[in-house]
Design a protein around this ligand. Sequence first.
Ligand SMILES: *Cc1c(COP(=O)(O)O)cnc(C)c1O
Length: 489
Amino acid sequence: MSLQFKSTRGDKTLITASQAIVKGISEDGGLYVPCEIPKIDFNLEKILEMNYRELAYEVLKLIISDFTEEELKCCINSAYDEKFDTDLIAPLKSAADEYFLELFHGRTLAFKDIALSILPYLLKTSAKKNGVDDKIVILTATSGDTGKAALEGFADVDGTKIIVFFPEEGVSPVQKMQMVTQTGKNTCVAGIKGNFDDAQTAVKQIFTDNELAAELKSKGYVFSSANSINIGRLAPQIVYYFYAYAQMVKNGSIKFGDKINFTVPTGNFGDILAGFYAKEMGLPVNKLICASNDNKVLYDFFKTGVYNTNREFVVTASPSMDILISSNLERLLYHISESAETTKTLMDELKSDKKYSFKVSSDYITGEYATQEETFMGIKEVYEKSGYVMDTHTAVAYASYKKYKKETNDNTQNVIVSTASPYKFAKDVCRAIDSKYDNLNPFKALDVLSEIWKEKIPVQISGIDKREILHKTVIEKSEIKNFVRNYLK
Ligand SMILES: *Cc1c(COP(=O)(O)O)cnc(C)c1O
């Protein structure tokens, strides 16, 4: 029988992976989780011989288990092709005595591409399997990178429309240009006056608004999500933890069977949660280190057991991590507490009091954080030592890992999950390397970075400032629902 999924908040309905992919979020507001985390059913050593696509199949077949072999392989092969600028898809690089798992070789230069290049295929196949012939409307809240990656994934995909909301003041200039210049008949992008949490909360409310759902259903639309609340977004991210492990064995850093650490720059907690699933599925992982920027809600939570969003929201140079309400933490709470009742109580408290208490053992995840200054120093240090350039998010993980290592003396081999190309955040990266670039124009910074790093500007963003702006709407956060309604009229 195929793996079943259920809500984190107590709704007893069991559904298959393909149904969960179409629905995105449960009607009770909970997120779908597997009833049981599957164990890898093959000799792990086999992963050493597999390419990315083969490995993706072995991992995904255990989770999206109601797809046939042919369906799943077709999704995987359509996603992980020349869209990536390396056939390795997720290469492991070594620089300044550290290992970086580069997840930014896709179309939009951020790790979101790994999941969002396969999600449209998973979704279309899921809809077909379940006899859904309504048009699927992908509603997406973005802190900068998801929006563009989802737009690229879904642009001109038949039977879908995609609407993206981004914080007008909260994304990098390159991120913004990437989104507002998006082509495709079925794409819609709007800036909102508010931050990512505002956008995500509004979008989650729309998903659970039965009245609106009924109204749109009568017009032939159903909603789904491209955010990591969708299990179809999360599952493909588990693959690269296995792939990183295989590369660490192959390059001789570890022996097969040794445990390794991963340090993950974290925002909505999707990336690191995939690492948690990889570990539970049987990958030899010692620690998962959750790295935060100045919005260090998660760091405080893992240290003290109190998740408290009553605090100032800081706009940082790592905007994709500027998040106070990390949606996927709900899934971790569910798996650890093994109780939908507990999870629901905590989520209700979060809504009413903006905080809750729950202690997560560091056996599962350890929190660290890096200030903006520490992050910038990290970029400079790695560049000076090795010539390698990290983006501002990866640098949060690097600086956090350095602190973790100093505090714990843990000498386990570590992989830093590298989530974006430095070109996406070129201005801040240049400033970190030399303060003479403090007032650099953000688009000129692409050329400057290219000179510093001696690497060509990726074609995905070269000349981005000269492209035509196609999406100019900016709305109040309170208008999101009406905007969606009007757009779908
Ligand atoms: C989205 C993103 C993150 C955070 O990942 P989560 O899954 O939201 O925790 C980190 N870095 C970059 C560059 C991102 O785009």
